[in-house]
Write a protein that binds this ligand. Sequence first.
Ligand code: GTP
Ligand code: MG
Length: 671
Amino acid sequence: MMGGVTDKVHNYFDGDQSMRGILSEQKKSASKHGFWRCLVCTYENDGSLSSCYICGVFKDSFDGWINKGENQALGICEHSTSVMAKALFAGMPHQVPFRFDTLSPDDIVSLGRKKTKDHLATAIPATISSSSTDEKEVVKILAEHDDPETSSALSSHLNGNRSNNLGINDNESEILVSKIHHLKLDKKIKNIKKVMSPSQYKPEKWILSEQQQETKSQLNIAIVGHVDSGKSTLCGRLLHLLGKISKKEIHKYQKEAKEKGKGSFAFAWAMDETAEERERGITMTVAIAYFESKKYRVVLLDSPGHKDFVSNMISGSTQADAAILLVDASKGSFEAGMGFHDVGQTKEHAQLIRSFGVEQIVVAVNKMDTVGYSQERFNYIKSQLAAFLRSCGFKETLITWIPLSAMDNQNVVTSASNDHLSWYHGLCLLDAIDSLYPPERDVLKPLLMPVCDVVSSHSLGQVAACGKLEAGAIRHGSKVPLGPFISILLMIFCCDSLNYVQVLIMPSGDLATIRSIERDCQACLSARAGDNVAVSLQGTDVSNLVPSAVICHPDFPVTVADILELKILVLDVKMPILLGSHVEFHIHHAKEAAQVTKIVSLLDQKKAKTSKIAPRLLTARQSATIEVSLERPVCVEEFSSCRTLGRAFLRCSGITIAVGIVTRIIFADEQ
Ligand code: GTP
Ligand code: MG
């Protein structure tokens, strides 16, 4: 069937002869059977249809064509316009050759198709959205775009002309649909500057009062390190020892893992939950677990160590306040992690973690059982790695070194029991976690929560966004489980407490309502900067809520931009970074294709000043100011105003090539 249609369409272009045949055939068939044949797809349409049922092209197009006479109609290249384009444009008020700023033949076909199926009145809302909130939103956007004609036409349409096909004529509707199309695109991609400065923000009373309450603060710890160093096993062991995973569950994991021939991964299965992760014996996405220590509510972010999943590691670890860098002590494995033969993730993860702003690091030298708990091996690893960590910018005083064995349960939550470890007198891992200092939190700044994951509940019509609150605080409003009459009375008399709290989702610009908050898998009334939460939202389309979106205060939207100035440090790369290089740009949980559009200057790291203007390329270990242009805008802040939203990474061919900070957001009017 499909082949037949294609053949016929080709024939139209074969020459005047075949076209003439088809036209006269069409005239005959139209008059004969009350059908008319579409010149574009050849479908035999019922005479009552005004446009083709299959491709949506208007019948008028052909009528006009035919009426003008075959010869005129067959002036195939009269205006350098194809037969198909002519057919499509024939029904338009002024016949013009194809231009890029008018509807293309494809647009007309797709618009026509909508019209045939839905009729004019329903076609417009369907193009925009089906919900009434969105209808209002569109009218608002139209108004914002200062087009009274369009907005009033659409507004009246949305306000009651739904079933009135005559409310808007064909021409108007096409113009409207085209404008809406543009506006919707604009809305999606426009860069957004701040309207209000965060300094104008006054925290609400409840935030200030909660601030005074003494509660254990949350500490987000990223577990990072080379593949197979034992990160998941250590997390599983820790959770089991702290009573978060029962003996029964561990037995179940042991039994199932053994059956699959992966007996040694039993503890890791507590974190690696998907079938693929278990089958392959590697972590692929960041797993999150919670426990309480004496001092903190700890959130463990178990990162994948495999080099293929570094971007997932980046997404998870940007939430970290501190890190545990796991190193495999066994012969050859430590060396692999250090990249003695290739790119090692011990080094890459350490570099990334430092550039996320993490200052405190616990280096857990794991699998010490495989080297007989040798002090010599431990010292060797320490000497090799310490020099590298210093070069990344970690201060020696903020690094804790622990020899341990997750498998043998040595130095995890209590001091080592194995005599071979008697030479070590330092802290066990749990105590080392409690020795970390609490990070500063921006609770009194406007809300900022980069979304790292989204879960949708179709049954409730809600979506839950997961992530860490980087600034500000959120709470959910009271529910009104009473009848409508009492609810209205309550709303009148105490409307503030009954209103659900609204947040803004960027870059889509949608407002959503907070319906519930979960912290550490427990429902809670509020959360503040530093907390890792799942927030269930209502009133927004799931498509707007994606990892990389940022939830913010409605009056203080995060900046959205696609041209950024960065200060970067080039890592140990083999290929230089050139002007025009295409890179993968990472920022919080967003990943975007980008191009280096300017190498502004080379920086002398020691003297902290410019050493060369506009160099042609950047090589390993060089520091520079560059400009990048992103394929699509991202939520971003300058590093000086928000560290988390102002740190960026450049990757290429699966390798992190540079780490940096956003020094300037460049808008089109500033270029
Ligand atoms: P990725 O997430 O894929 O990077 O791996 P991982 O770092 O989470 O390692 P995982 O916990 O999956 O463990 C890998 C292997 O190391 C498993 O076979 C574990 O049993 C083993 N392992 C982990 N800790 C120890 C340890 O202390 N001693 C010994 N001998 N083996 C261990
Ligand atoms: Mg793992």
